[in-house]
Design a protein around this ligand. Sequence first.
Ligand code: PLP
Length: 397
Amino acid sequence: MSKVIYLDNNATTAVAPEVREAMEPFLTELYGNPSSIHTFGGQVAHPIEEAREQVADLLGAHPTEIIFTSCGTESDSTAIRSALAVAPGRRHILTTRVEHPAVRNLCLALAKEGPGGGYRLTELPVDAEGMLNIADFGNALDDDTAVASVMWANNETGVLFPISEVGALARARGVLFHTDAVQAVGKVPINLADLPVDMLSLSGHKLHAPKGIGALYVRRGTRFSPYLVGGHQERNRRGGTEAVPSIVALGKAAELAKQRLNDEQTRVQAMRDRLEKGLLEKGLGARRNGHPTARLPNTTNISFEFVEGEAILLMLDQHGICASSGSACTTGSLEPSHVLRAMGVPFTAAHGSVRFSLSVYNTEQEMDRVIEVLPPIIRRLREISPFGRDKLAQATP
Ligand code: PLP
């Protein structure tokens, strides 16, 4: 097989060569424990602090506001559980219907199993473009709300929520505001100094660091309760020996992401637009899912009506093209994604959705290759689909 065309960067990204190089010494000779008394261990303490500065710098935060975790999921859990722990009298969690399972499934579990029979959970709807209504958010806040958790960018559609506005409403009501920015960090500018955000989650493997490292931003002055209780690491906010090589890697990845925010993300967006336009204009009965402009520069989610997304992915895979679908294959039945369902995408279109997510390592030639390869795949699948044949005439111009 020739080189893979990797368009699944919202799932995970390649480790940047610069990042690999930066972490290498900490996998070999510099293997000490930063908590050790001896100089050998102590010499890895400084690189951790340097990485903390690099991450803080990408976010417009202060280094003491950064806690290293193992992943985005841990950051999300820590933030939401902390907010609940510091406000024991409050029993309401406010979130949206389109959150990543790292937030959504935690909130659903807390609604069932939280103390006193479970927390009261509000999951706000989104419109047909996947956008949240700010007024709905404001109306749902009440004196019982312990935490509002609203994602910055949706992992399936790339839709960007108005974080500044919803954060301001939460702050005005004295409600702790958390945002899952796992997909946003490194792709859009973030300046927490100017934003009413109390806690923010990020994950290394979405921005060219390795898997198994994340961070949680906690604004100075925010009351905090640790999730992992143990040693005194991370200023008593997260027990566990620091994952030094991964922390150094995340720092380097954050530095690179900051350098690439303008020019490189503009180039990524141009490639994404080329791909999207190329596919939408092919007369394939295709539609874009998600807001046309309030969207990550790297993501496009396209539905091809009356075909199965999984079948498209398998056939793309035969051409060495990696993408992802909005469906999850569970117990043999294909459930359309909860995000597309929340947007009211018709069943037949939600089933045929494909997410392409790009990175700075993609090329225009790769986009052109997908535009060339995909149309015959869709036509072939429509031919063999039992419902595709009848509906094709209506779907294709
Ligand atoms: N939140 C969002 C929006 C994500 O896209 C992901 C991963 O896909 C996560 C959280 C979980 O991150 P991690 O894989 O680091 O646990």
